[in-house]
Design a binder for this molecule. Sequence first.
Ligand code: PHE
Length: 344
Amino acid sequence: MDTDQVAALEEMLKEASSEIAEAEDEAALERARVRWLGRRDGRLTEVLRGLGSLPAQERGAVGAAANRAKEAIGQALERRARALAEKGVEEAPPGVDLTLPGRDGWQGAVHPVTSVIDEICDIFRGLGFTRARGPEVETVWYNFEALNTPLDHPAADEHDTMYLGPCTVLRSHTSPVQIRTMQAHQPPVRIVVPGMCYRRDPFDASHAPAFEQIEGLAADEGITFVEFKWTLAEFARRFFGPETRTRFRPSFFPFTEPSAEVDVTCMICGGAGCSACKGTGWIEIMGAGMVDPAVFEQVGYDPERYTGFAFGMGPARIAMLRYGIPDIRMLYDSDVRFLEQFAR
Ligand code: PHE
């Protein structure tokens, strides 16, 4: 009886080994494992489970044989699994070497200027401003005259741009979208306008002949200088950090009165003075002002009833400040070694 059982186990081992050796794929191998070693009714599992009911003098020899068979089947399964995996490698399509190390997947990212634009527009959305757009090819009227800038005014010289025809230009700022929006909508108007602008500027470390601007305009009843200053100071705190202070320096734009350049405390030195702020502790981030009544007259708003403010900033410059980029051209070179630093 004892020897019969041991012989039967050897027979099972043979059968199992040849089934495993013939398994053509992982699924067949798994079926073989379940048939022989499956927890519930694997054939060898059943033998092992039955050991307890054997007479004591048989238990030792049969138990030893059963455990040997279990181990042998386990090893055969492993060997076959390895062989199948290697076969997979051998069968890789021609020209594909599956033993080469893996490569990182390419990760794209939003351009730093685009992400600054989105962040700025999001902040202004939180302050009640919607996003508007306008054409990059403008008429001279929208780009200059409607903005209270006669062509023979010295302010027009600073905005020398590319003429596409006698009356059409590549817009030199996003301010014409102020006019277009006010022509299309009655107050209240609160908009931010991101977009490309063009000027006959050199392409150097701090200028680009094609660059982004974000325009802002608020026009409503009862807007005062207080709302103007608070809105821009609050924007600066939300964008640069809660400690940021803001300063308004008198300036001139034909379409705002009074006009200001807006400075924020230098984000590098916190206002103590460093090379980034040329020792002043302040960095200029935009031009701004209260809307000139002459502009309201152009679009048919009653200047006795409505007041407002406007501002314009360059997100590329702001991206340079934020990320410590020394040359504006790096933002337009499309050099992946530079840009991939902004992939999150
Ligand atoms: N359009 C002006 C410029 O490009 C900036 C500006 C916008 C100033 C709105 C005041 C108000 O220089």
